[in-house]
Design a binder for this molecule. Structure first.
Ligand SMILES: Nc1nc2c(ncn2[C@@H]2O[C@H](COP(=O)(O)OP(=O)(O)OP(=O)(O)O)[C@@H](O)[C@H]2O)c(=O)[nH]1
Ligand SMILES: O=P(O)(O)OC[C@H]1O[C@@H](n2cnc3c(O)ncnc32)[C@H](O)[C@@H]1O
Ligand SMILES: N[C@@H](CC(=O)O)C(=O)O
Ligand SMILES: [Mg+2]
Length: 447
C-alpha cells in the first residue's frame, strides 16, 4: 500500500494529467485536492484525447474510485458538461464522489473576476477567468456556498437570496455592471444540485475508510508549485495550494498517511498568464518550443510562454514539496534543439544566488546563469528505455537530477500513455528524506 501525491514542479501544465493517468493503474482511489476548472489535464490513450478540468485523471480506469476533495472549488455547470462528455465516449463516472464541503463557483464569481482583472489594467494577474480567485475569497470571507448548501433547497434559497443581493452591490456600485436576478440563479443551481446529488458524500470519511482497508490513494495536484498562493510568485499565483502540503488540507487526511511525493516537470519551462519568468525565451527558439510542445492552454487556449529549464525553481520545488522523485515530461520537444540551456543559478543585483527569492519584484530582476548542453537532434518519441535514448539526452537528464538532487523515476516522450520510460518504481521507492541521514545524496539516475 502506498499513498502518493503528484504535484507540478513548475508553473503548471507539466503533464500531471498524463502521469496521474499512468500511475492510476496501481491506484484504488484518485483524488483532486485543490483548484477547480482552471486546471486542464490532458490524457491521450491510443487515438483518444481527454481534457479534464475537475474530474480526476484516474477516471479512465473503471474500478478506480475518483474523488473531488474539499479543497477544490466546483463549477457545477462545467462539471456536468464534463460528466456528459465522458458518458458520450463510454467512460463511466459512477465511481465519482464529490466532497460536501467543497465550495461552489457562482455566476457572480466569474463576473467579479472579469471586472476586477479589467480594473487592474497593467497589474492584471492573467487568470483563466473561471471565477477561481473570487470563489476562494468567499471561502475565506465566510460567505461561500458549499456543495452541502446546494443539496439543501430551502436553505439554499435563503442563503443565495442574501448573498446575491450582497454581491449585486459590488457588481453595480463598484463595477457598474447589471445585477443578477437571485431567482434565476437559484433555479439554475437547484437544477445542477439534482444532477450532482448522487455523487455527493463526506469524502474525508471515504478516504479514511480506504486507508483502513489498505487501499492505494493517489492525490492529483493541479497547477504547480510556483503558482501556489503561499509559496509561488505572489501575486501572480492561483488562489489555492497546489504544493504537496495542500493534499492533506484539501482532502482531510492526516500527513502521517502520506508515503511519497512525485514531482512532475517539463524538460523546459512554460508559464501561462502574467508574472516574472527569468528563463523565458523571446524569439525563434521560444516559438519552436511552443510549436513542438503544442503549448496552448487546455482550458483557455491561450499561448503559453516558453523558456529553458530552471533548476533554481526545480530545487525550490524539491524543498517545498519534500519531493521523493521526479517525472520529466516532454523531453521529445527538445529533439531538434542544437544547444540546450539550463539555468543553474541567478544573478540578482550583481550577486550570484542559488535560491528562489521570496519577493516577486526581486524574482523579476533575476538574470539566469546558464550551462549549455549539446542537443541530440534525433527523434526520441519511440524510446522505451534509458538505453534507447541518445547519450546527450541521458546526459541532460543526469545533469537535471544532479542539479536538483532528486532521482528521475519517469521520463515522458510523447503525450500518449505508452510513450514513457519507467526508470525506477515511482511509487514504491524509498522515502527520499529518509535516505539522507548522513547528508549523502540519494542515488541519482544511472548513466
Ligand atoms: N510532446 C509531449 N507532450 C506531452 C508529454 N506529456 C504530456 N504531454 C502533453 O503536454 C500537455 C500538458 O499539459 P496539461 O495536460 O495541461 O498538463 P497538466 O499538468 O495536467 O495541467 P494543469 O493541472 O492544468 O497544470 C498536454 O497537451 C499533454 O498531452 C510528452 O512527454 N511529450
Ligand atoms: O487560477 P486562476 O486564478 O484562474 O489564474 C491565476 C494564475 O494561474 C494560472 N493558472 C491557473 N490554472 C492553471 C493551469 O491549470 N495551468 C497553468 N496555469 C494556470 C493562470 O494562467 C494565472 O497565471
Ligand atoms: N489550465 C490551463 C491554463 C489555461 O488554459 O490558460 C492550461 O492548460 O494551460
Ligand atoms: Mg493544464
Amino acid at each position: 500500500m502506498a499513498n502518493v501525491i503528484v504535484i507540478g514542479a513548475q508553473w503548471g501544465d507539466e503533464g500531471k494529467g498524463k502521469i496521474t493517468d499512468l500511475l492510476s493503474r496501481s491506484a484504488d482511489v484518485v483524488i483532486r485536492y485543490q483548484g477547480g476548472v482552471n486546471a486542464g489535464h490532458t490524457i491521450v490513450v491510443k487515438d483518444q484525447t481527454f481534457k479534464l478540468h475537475l474530474i480526476p485523471s484516474g477516471i479512465l480506469y473503471p474500478d478506480t474510485e475518483c474523488m473531488i476533495g474539499c479543497g477544490t472549488v466546483i463549477d457545477p455547470q462545467v462539471l456536468i458538461k464534463e460528466l456528459d462528455q465522458l458518458a458520450k465516449v463510454g467512460v463511466s463516472t459512477q465511481n465519482l464522489l464529490i466532497s460536501e464541503t467543497a465550495h461552489v463557483t457562482m455566476p457572480y464569481h466569474r463576473a467579479i473576476e472579469r471586472a476586477s482583472e479589467e480594473r487592474r489594467g497593467s497589474h492584471k494577474i492573467g487568470t483563466t477567468g473561471r471565477g477561481i480567485g473570487p470563489t476562494y475569497a468567499d471561502k475565506s470571507e465566510r460567505t461561500g456556498i458549499r456543495v452541502l448548501d446546494l443539496m439543501d433547497s430551502e436553505g439554499l434559497r435563503e442563503q443565495l437570496e442574501w448573498t446575491i443581493n450582497y454581491k449585486n452591490v459590488i457588481l453595480e456600485k463598484l463595477y457598474n455592471l447589471p445585477p443578477l436576478d437571485p431567482k434565476e440563479v437559484i433555479e439554475e443551481y437547484l437544477g445542477y444540485a439534482e444532477r450532482l446529488r448522487p455523487h455527493v458524500v463526506d469524502t474525508s470519511l471515504k478516504i479514511y475508510d480506504a486507508i483502513q482497508r489498505r487501499r492505494n490513494i493517489l492525490f492529483e495536484g493541479a497547477q504547480g508549485t510556483l503558482l501556489d498562493l503561499d509559496h509561488g510568485t505572489y501575486p501572480y499565483v492561483t488562489s489555492s495550494n497546489p504544493v504537496a502540503g495542500g493534499a492533506c488540507v484539501g482532502t482531510g487526511l492526516g500527513p502521517t498517511m502520506i508515503d511519497r511525493v512525485i514531482g512532475v516537470a517539463k524538460a523546459y519551462t512554460t508559464r501561462v498568464g502574467e508574472g516574472p519568468f527569468p528563463t523565458e525565451i523571446h524569439g525563434e527558439m521560444g516559438e519552436l518550443l511552443c510549436d513542438r510542445g503544442a503549448e496552448f492552454g487546455t482550458t483557455t487556449g491561450r499561448k503559453r510562454r516558453c523558456g529553458w529549464f530552471d533548476a533554481v525553481i526545480g530545487r525550490y520545488a524539491v524543498r517545498i514539496n519534500g519531493m521523493d522523485c521526479l517525472a520529466i515530461t516532454k523531453l521529445d520537444v527538445l529533439d531538434e534543439v542544437e544547444e540546450i540551456k539550463v539555468c543553474v543559478a541567478y544573478e540578482i543585483d550583481g550577486e550570484r544566488s542559488e535560491h528562489f527569492p521570496t519577493s516577486s519584484r526581486k524574482f523579476a530582476r533575476c538574470c539566469p546563469i546558464y550551462k549549455t548542453m549539446p542537443g541530440w537532434r534525433t527523434p526520441t518519441t519511440h524510446c522505451r528505455s534509458l538505453e534507447d535514448l541518445p547519450k546527450e539526452a541521458r546526459d541532460y537528464l543526469k545533469f537535471l537530477a544532479e542539479l536538483m538532487e532528486v532521482p528521475i523515476a519517469i521520463v515522458s516522450l510523447g503525450a500518449s500513455r505508452d510513450q514513457t520510460i519507467i526508470v525506477e518504481d515511482p511509487i514504491h521507492g524509498p522515502k527520499r528524506a529518509l535516505l539522507n541521514h548522513e547528508g549523502t545524496p540519494p542515488s541519482l539516475l544511472s548513466a
